[in-house]
Design a protein around this ligand. Structure first.
Ligand code: AMP
Ligand code: ZN
Length: 485
């Protein structure tokens, strides 16, 4: 398997420290609000990566955290804890907000068909591990206390701080690109542990050697938990591109300072954003859609998965309902085809030529996936294979095999088809149920068609469409379907 590594800025072959074992840590969700399609893209592509690694023979231990404390609204340690913000927004305690949005996250992951992590770890359940790490950093001279604020990491003590992001430290030192916390020795220094402010009255606070009521910083949770479950050095770490400059840079600093500069992670994988109207889909901008929005529109989460697969994870992707609706149609066609393939019997021994053809499709598909997860190429190979004249039973078997990597769940095509049929049935409308005006439009269209006046027939169809109905002609007469909103 080859992956683009942000650390080396090139595509590297994944070479485990102890083959065939691979430790993979994915930065988890901050559970202060709904999981949105941007998150779904990131975690779905992580899932595709894990499936591909496993199929390539790596023994993956997949660890993913749940950020339920400490992630501040500003990357410069000045904002408030996002969980406390969520608590205010929803009128609940930070604990309840964390619980509810974590549940929503798992529900969203299940709907997408994502495999659960081998270890799922909450920051609030690893306070001793995080405290221990901060104490180690303090003992080794990497930490200092700012009164009434927190314990900070002194980035000037590490000669290669910022290597992941190629941060220009000199420029940062001179300028004030990062909002300053009073008392920070260097602009890039960051909070390891924070103290409750007077009158703050947080729901989540723990005693520490520095303050009676305090809480971990965001970066320390990922270093402490990944090292607990995967060791001081491991192979793959994933996150969105927004994590490169601060979060992951600081994870590396903490881990390598604590272990005496043992290289922390070999391969850093970063996902590009899902955007809406050119802006990153995000909780803070409020421009997000959820899995419920998808289902409310009668669209399938697996159609969304197929849509994600058609864009490379390192490319930006712009979300529109039009694109997803188009993909829904493709998805429904795919499901019908799979059900049909499955029903066709009469397996015979493949000719040598057909066997070669089959192996070539498999080879091209897997090679694309193992080449930095080139899902657009892999999906194109799948369509090509489906169009080929390979006998149906073998085509079906290969498709199911390749789907182990895509995760579309095509093995359950029968139940998807039942859902699709039920949805269409529920959406179909009898002509008599329409308003008198619309019944007239249907009538006019029938007359126009009988007279082969296609322009008038098209115009009538457009009028129906504008009123929210699509019309299809069947031997039993026209059938109307309510279009999704
Ligand atoms: P957060 O809860 O903000 O820490 O985000 C969880 C993960 O989702 C991080 O790895 C983010 O980089 C990623 N993420 C957030 N918004 C988007 C987006 N619009 N597109 C892709 N990934 C995103
Ligand atoms: Zn993280």
């Amino acid at each position: 398997m080859k992956l683009y590594n942000t650390l080396t800025r090139q595509i590297d072959v994944v070479e485990p420290i102890q083959p065939p074992r691979v430790g993979l840590y994915a930065c988890g969700l901050t559970v202060y609000d709904f999981t949105h399609l941007g998150h779904l893209r990131k975690y779905t592509m992580d899932d595709v990566l894990i499936r591909t690694l496993r199929r390539a023979g790596y023994q993956v231990t997949f660890v993913q955290n749940v950020t339920d404390v400490g992630h501040l609204t500003s990357d410069s340690d000045t904002g408030e804890d996002k969980l406390e913000k969520g608590a205010r927004k929803y009128g609940k305690t930070a604990w309840d907000v964390a619980k509810e949005f974590e549940e929503y996250f798992w529900r969203s992951m299940d709907a997408m068909g994502n495999v659960r992590p081998d270890v799922s770890c909450r920051a609030t359940e690893h306070i001793p591990e995080q405290l221990e790490m901060v104490k180690t950093l303090e003992a080794k001279g990497f930490a200092y206390v700012i009164d009434d604020d927190g314990v900070y990491f002194d980035t000037s003590k590490l000669d290669d701080y910022g290597k992941l992001a190629l941060i220009d430290i000199e420029q940062l030192r001179e300028g004030a690109r990062v909002e300053r916390v009073a008392g920070k020795r260097n602009p890039t220094d960051f909070a390891l542990w924070k103290f409750e402010r007077p009158g703050e009255n947080r729901a989540m606070a723990w005693p520490s050697p520095w303050a009676e009521r305090s809480f971990p910083g965001w970066h320390i949770e990922c270093s402490a938990m990944s090292m607990k479950y995967l060791g001081e050095q491991f192979e793959i770490h994933t996150g969105g591109i927004d994590h490169i400059n601060v979060h992951h840079t600081n994870e590396i600093a903490q881990a390598e300072a604590a272990t005496g500069k043992k290289p922390f992670v070999k391969y850093w994988v970063h996902h590009n954003f899902l955007r809406v109207d050119g802006e990153k889909m995000s909780k803070s901008l409020g421009n997000f859609f959820t899995i419920d929005d998808i289902e409310k529109r009668g669209l399938s989460p697996r159609a969304l998965r197929l849509l994600f697969l058609t864009t490379h994870y390192r490319s930006e992707m712009n979300f529109t309902w039009g694109n997803l609706e188009g993909m829904q149609k493709t998805w429904e066609r795919l499901i019908r085809q799979v059900v049909q393939l499955k029903a066709e019997t009469g397996r015979t021994t493949l000719s040598e030529e057909k066997l070669d053809q089959l192996n070539e499709y498999r080879q091209r598909f897997v090679t694309a996936m193992e080449n930095d997860l080139d899902t657009p190429t892999a999906v194109a190979v799948m369509w090509e294979m489906l169009k080929s004249n390979i006998p149906s039973p073998d085509k079906y078997d290969l498709l199911i095999e390749l789907d182990e990597l895509m995760g579309l769940g095509l093995r359950q095509a029968d139940s998807y088809l039942a859902e699709i049929e039920a949805k269409h049935h529920a959406q179909s409308v009898r002509v008599e149920e329409l308003s008198a005006e619309l019944q007239q439009v249907v009538q006019d269209r029938q007359t126009a068609r009988a007279n082969q006046d296609w322009a008038a027939a098209d115009a009538a169809r457009d009028t129906l469409l504008a009123a929210g109905y699509t019309i299809k002609d069947t031997p039993q007469g026209p059938v109307l379907t309510k279009t999704s909103i």
